[in-house]
Design a protein around this ligand. Structure first.
Ligand code: PEP
Ligand code: MG
Length: 837
């Protein structure tokens, strides 16, 4: 035993320093005592002591109680886990009430109050400690009745000895912590399997006493906005948190037109509370919520915890603390979870709302939306034209659905994972998406969804998709609007000042680029040009190009695509105002541009004015067994070089044009899916030749960089020779993960949860970069690339680019930048800054 001060005593039963911890509540109370705040005498039991109690070894309670200087002595016991959100058994008040105390308090406080205290203790001892049925004890209206009930249930009289009472309370709390459900709950909050519980025994200040007595809860900022604002309640003749009960006739704390306040009733005590709040903020360096009691006009602070807050309030609170010089900017940045920022950018399901979860899937694109269920892209567009919010529900999505995805308010797919088509597109569009919904069956023909519980939803039913949590909710859930206030911009500036790795955005459209720009990106790290061909007017020309019978026809179609591409790039370069823009040449297999059903084929035959049979035959001829490993990426560039040539020309002409208007542009051109050095050589020769002719035609200087996407294991292994012809290497970790594992990114959703549950993979490698395997290829590729070409620019542009662990990894490996979807940019910036702290 160690006597800290008369007001705070720590009890440990071990010499092992690591086990001498007492938990966050004890630590906080100890600090409040040291600050000189009026905390009632407290004894803290260590994790080890409590673990021993659970195993039947009780510390010497007579000497424990001997520490307290009060007569009669009433005490409370509260839990003190390592982290506040790991939970812990509920507080037990009024321990020490027995017949003798009751008699004494009847004299001192009056019979009615003594009865109340005694009755409450018997009730909570019976219900919470001995776990008896609550109904009879709630019915009992006098201590005598409750004691009789207790004796009948327990075959034993209600314990009178305070050490026996305390011993039962401690035992029940220690055991509750070891229970299975408590364990699962805290593990879900990130607690380790051996997380400890401390207990805090405290002398009660009596809010049930004559004169001005009562109890309340106070905090000094709003939990919703984080702005300074005294909130809380106070209730006269009350204990604990009774003031917060909904039917309590509690007082406001500050003057309020709606009713009486503590400030008016007891101005001095109120001032003392406000001063305590300011002191705690300065010395504990946090916004605290305090539980207090007033006993005959005297203030006691029983407990203080960090104010519970939503993401927006947290941001405001920590930036204010930093601005006031209480914490450093770095510390402020460390107190924001990068993920919280992404919540701020989107509408969220109101955390306070009562909702019904119908299914869960992968949180594939953040934000939440409600709307009517539609089953295809056309219906989504029709809904948009009627201004009706809709949720596009598909088994999985394909490029044909993109316009429908654009038109919908949220997307739900039965299949797919974090990098499936639906997920990638939805993140790019900023449309909330849940993919791979477990146990959900989508029946397109019957236009219905079968839910995990067997019930069904139909066309037109209202649904909420919460892409931030992966939940599918019944009906239209209440929402909270996004809020980007000054604190957000301030934190981003601090992160920009500190971070030493670039953050670019994956942006395919002018809208994406403009959004990325508002988040202050360092450039575009990946522009997937294929998305530019899905615009309705263009798709037909693209199809003509694919269907061309001879080089002449193909050239004619490409000739028509050229000005469209050029216009796209002019827009992108203009928006980015000279910041780097990295454009990837066409990547997907050509069949993705072709219709997959009869209707589509018929429409195509009509549009191209050719027989349906020819359409079908051509589509069949493009059919591949393994399209993701087939004719795509640079293989298209080698086999049909005219496509890349058209794209390179469009890029160069756009650069020249924008450059003429005053913004010098140095475009970056990226070759996808490379696996051999020769592929790069072939493309490079043609691109160089095109640059030369555009230079000649325009009479302008034109600078550009050509680089390679490292997406195949072979490209990583041969990065040395590949780097000889590339100014940069950008690791596309989506394909690289797919190929390293031999795991289809579009099909893995079906067994991914089983694989993660069985511990085959620690996490879905498409969501969390596999540092051991894929990461090793990254390191190897980086090292070999750099050895061959010391100034080679290294980056990562797969979906992992927006994840804090991947960013820290890339930073350690000396990468120049990561690129992620625009909405992840703030998250990535903060994570990059944190990685440096
Ligand atoms: C990748 O493979 O990591 C990548 C960025 O390209 P895409 O997702 O378009 O295949
Ligand atoms: Mg790829």
């Amino acid at each position: 035993n160690m006597l800290e001060s008369p007001d705070f005593t720590e009890v440990t039963t071990t010499a092992d320093i690591r086990k001498q911890r007492h938990g966050n509540r004890a630590k906080c109370l100890q600090r409040l005592v040291r600050l000189g705040l009026p905390v009632p005498q407290t004894v803290a039991l260590s994790f080890e002591t409590v673990r021993n109690i659970a195993n039947g070894q009780m510390p010497d309670l007579t000497s424990l109680l001997g520490v307290f200087e009060a007569d009669p002595l009433l005490i409370s016991v509260r839990s003190s886990s390592e982290a506040a959100d790991w939970g812990g058994p509920g507080t037990i008040l009024n321990i020490g009430m027995n017949d003798a105390t009751h008699a004494l308090l009847s004299e001192r406080l009056g019979r009615e109050r003594a009865d109340k205290l005694y009755l409450r203790f018997i009730r909570s001892f019976a219900i919470e400690v001995m776990r008896l049925d609550d109904a009879p004890f709630l019915d009992a209206q006098t201590p005598a009745a409750a004691m009789a009930e207790y004796a009948a249930e327990m075959d034993d009289a209600f314990p009178q000895d305070p050490t026996v009472q305390l011993s039962e309370v401690l035992r029940s709390m220690a055991r509750a912590w070891e229970g299975t459900s408590a364990r699962l709950l805290r593990q879900a909050q990130g607690a380790p399997a051996d997380a400890g519980l401390g207990l805090v025994v405290q002398r009660m200040a009596l809010g049930l006493a004559p004169g001005q007595s009562g109890a309340g809860v106070i905090q000094f900022v709003s939990s919703v906005t984080g702005e300074p604002q005294v909130t809380g309640r106070y209730l006269g003749q009350a204990l604990g948190r009774e003031a917060l009960e909904s039917n309590a006739k509690a007082l406001f704390l500050t003057k309020d037109p709606r009713g009486p306040s503590l400030e008016e009733l007891l101005p001095e005590v109120y001032a003392e509370l406000v001063a305590a709040g300011a002191l705690m903020r300065r010395k504990l360096r946090a916004e605290m919520q305090a539980e207090f009691t007033i006993e005959e006009g005297r203030l006691a602070i029983l407990d203080a915890v960090r104010v519970k807050r939503v993401a927006r309030a947290n941001l405001n609170i920590v930036t204010r603390l930093a601005r006031d010089g209480i914490i450093t900017r770095q510390e402020a940045m460390m107190r924001v979870e990068p993920q919280e920022l992404s919540q701020l950018l989107h509408r969220q399901v109101d955390p306070a709302a009562t909702i019904t979860v119908l299914a869960k899937g992968i949180a594939a694109a953040p934000g939440a939306a409600s709307g009517k269920i539609v089953f295809d892209a056309a219906a989504a567009q029709a809904a948009l034209s009627r201004d009706e919010p809709c949720i596009l529900v598909r088994r999985e999505t394909s490029p044909e659905d993109v316009r429908g995805m654009h038109a919908s308010d949220a997307i739900l797919t039965e299949r797919g994972g974090m990098t499936s088509h639906a997920a990638v597109i939805a993140r790019g569009l900023g449309v909330p998406c849940v993919s791979g919904a477990t146990g959900v069956k989508v029946d397109h023909d019957a236009k219905q969804i079968i839910l995990p519980d067997g019930s069904t939803l139909h066309d037109g039913d209202i649904l909420t998709v919460d892409g931030s949590s992966g939940r599918v909710l019944s009906g239209a859930a209440p929402m909270v609007e996004p809020a980007l206030d000054g604190a957000f911009g301030e934190l981003m500036t601090w992160a920009d000042d500190l971070r030493d790795i670039g953050i670019r955005a994956n942006a395919d459209t002018p809208a994406d680029a403009a959004l990325a720009r508002t988040f202050g990106v360092d450039g575009i790290g990946l522009c997937r040009t294929e998305h530019m061909f899905f615009e309705p007017g263009r798709l037909t020309v693209m199809r003509e190009m694919i269907f061309a019978e001879d080089p002449g026809d193909r050239a004619a179609a490409l000739e028509r695509l050229l000005p469209m591409q050029r216009a796209d790039f002019i827009e992108l370069f203009t928006i980015m105002q000279g910041a780097p823009v990295c454009i990837r040449l066409l990547d997907p297999p050509l069949h993705e541009f072709l219709p997959s059903n009869k209707e589509g084929m018929r429409a195509m035959a009509e549009a191209l004015d050719i027989p349906l049979s020819r359409v079908r035959a051509h589509i069949e001829s493009l059919n591949e067994y393994n399209p993701m490993l087939g004719m795509r990426g640079v293989r298209l560039g080698v086999a049909i070089p005219e496509i890349y040539e058209m794209q390179a020309r469009a890029i160069f002409e756009a650069a020249v044009e924008v450059g003429r208007n005053g913004t010098p542009v140095v475009p970056e051109i990226m070759i996808p899916l490379v696996s051999a050095q020769r592929e790069v050589e072939l493309v490079k020769r043609r691109v160089d030749a095109l640059a030369a002719s555009v230079r000649g035609e325009s009479g302008t200087e034109l600078d550009f960089r050509l680089g390679v996407m490292v997406e195949t294991p072979r490209a990583a292994l041969r990065a040395g020779e590949i780097a000889e012809n590339s100014a940069f290497l950008s690791f596309g970790t989506n394909d690289l993960t797919q190929m390293t594992y031999g795991l289809s990114r579009d099909d893995a959703g079906r067994f991914m949860s089983a694989y993660v549950n069985e511990g085959v993979y620690p996490e879905d490698p498409f969501q969390t970069l596999d540092l051991d395997g894929v990461g090793e290829l990254l390191l190897l590729g980086a090292e070999r690339g750099r050895a061959a070409r010391p100034d080679v620019v290294l980056s990562l542009c797969g979906e992992h680019g927006g994840h804090p662990e991947s960013i820290a990894f890339c930073r350690r490996a000396g990468f120049d930048y990561v690129s992620c979807s625009p909405f992840r940019v703030p998250v990535a910036k903060l994570a990059a800054a944190q990685a440096r702290i």
